[in-house]
Each structure stands twice: as structure tokens, then as C-alpha cells.
Design a protein. Structure first.
Length: 187
């Protein structure tokens, strides 16, 4: 999937290293864009921008931030979210930014640096922090508090469940993008 989306990137891509030969697979950028347009509404543009940022070498774009903010604002209005006096004016915007960053950026364990193993006295053992998965933890309440500029109590009781819900929805985009890009190989 990433080799298809990498073709939309402005810099040259070596698709041969991904196990695909450009001579045998004639997939154009137009094919890829059409495939991404098969992503279901609502929020097709957010899903497309999400896929471009996650599966290519691009940094998170301002368009991804803007679309994520719009998505979270609509979700908040629909579900009746309310700011309190301890929240910043930008809390919802910052929540959207934190969720899109958490979904797109790769989380690696800080103890083993993503390998799943650590070396202790010339012996390699499974990392006790990540239990060998190499993946880091999701955003903690303390870090979320700093990012969305609110109190820790408010972040823990009100914003963390909302953040987890938005993050879960963003991560669900991966399966839909995978399904849409698989159609390119079938055709």
C-alpha cells in the first residue's frame, strides 16, 4: 500500500525496493488517485490526506491538520461537547492535532528504540516496557493535558475519552485505505 501512495509524493520513489516492478505493473498516479476516491464519504478528503501523510514520506500537512480540526469540531457539535472555564479556547483544535499526530506518526518504545529487545550484560532480553512489541504507548493524560492546555483532572475525566474515540476513528481509516488500495492490484 505504501508504495502506491508514495507515487503521489513529489520526490522520486524506488518502487522496485518494495517488491514491485514498474515494468510489469502499469499503475499510474491517476489510478492511485481514483482508488483513493473510492474511499467512502463522509470525510473522503480527510481520509485521502491522512493516507498521503501516513504512507508516504511527507510530514503531516497543514491540510491534514485543518481537515482533522473540522472533523473533530463536527463530532463535538454532534455529541454536545462543551468547553469549561479551565479549558483553552483552542482545546478542540489542539485535541484534533494531537489525535492526527498520534494516528499518523509512528510510536516506538523509548526503552528499546522499537526493536523489542534490550541488551543487558552481553545478553539480549525482551524489553520489559513494551513486552517485545517495539511499540510505544499512546499519549498519556499528562502529555494530553500539556498539549490541549487544560487541567489534568479535566483532561482525565472529560477529554481523554473523547481523544481516544477520535484516535480510534482515525486509526480505523487504515483498514478502509488498505481495502481501497487493494483494488489497484486486482485490476
Amino acid at each position: 500500500m505504501s508504495e502506491l501512495l508514495a507515487r503521489l509524493n513529489a520526490k522520486p520513489n524506488n518502487l522496485e525496493s518494495q517488491g514491485r516492478s514498474t515494468n510489469t505493473q502499469q499503475i499510474s498516479n491517476f489510478d492511485i488517485v481514483c482508488t483513493l476516491n473510492k474511499l467512502q464519504e463522509p470525510y473522503r478528503s480527510l481520509k485521502t490526506e491522512y493516507s498521503r501523510c501516513k504512507f508516504t514520506d511527507l510530514a503531516i500537512t497543514s491540510a491534514a491538520y485543518r481537515l482533522a480540526h473540522s472533523y473533530v469540531v463536527r463530532k463535538g457539535v454532534k455529541e454536545g461537547w462543551a468547553l469549561s472555564e479551565v479549558d483553552s479556547r483552542d482545546t478542540i483544535k489542539l485535541l484534533a492535532h494531537a489525535a492526527i499526530e498520534e494516528a499518523i506518526l509512528e510510536r516506538r518504545c523509548r526503552h528499546c528504540h522499537g526493536t523489542g529487545n534490550v541488551k543487558i550484560k552481553n545478553q539480549v532480553v525482551i524489553c520489559s516496557v513494551c513486552q517485545g512489541s517495539g511499540q510505544g504507548k499512546f499519549l498519556s493524560v499528562r502529555k494530553l493535558t500539556k498539549q490541549i492546555k487544560t487541567t489534568e483532572k479535566r483532561a482525565r475525566t472529560y477529554w481523554k475519552p473523547k481523544f481516544d474515540d477520535v484516535l480510534r476513528e482515525f486509526l480505523a481509516f487504515d483498514a478502509e485505505i488498505q481495502q481501497a488500495t487493494n483494488t489497484v492490484y486486482k485490476n
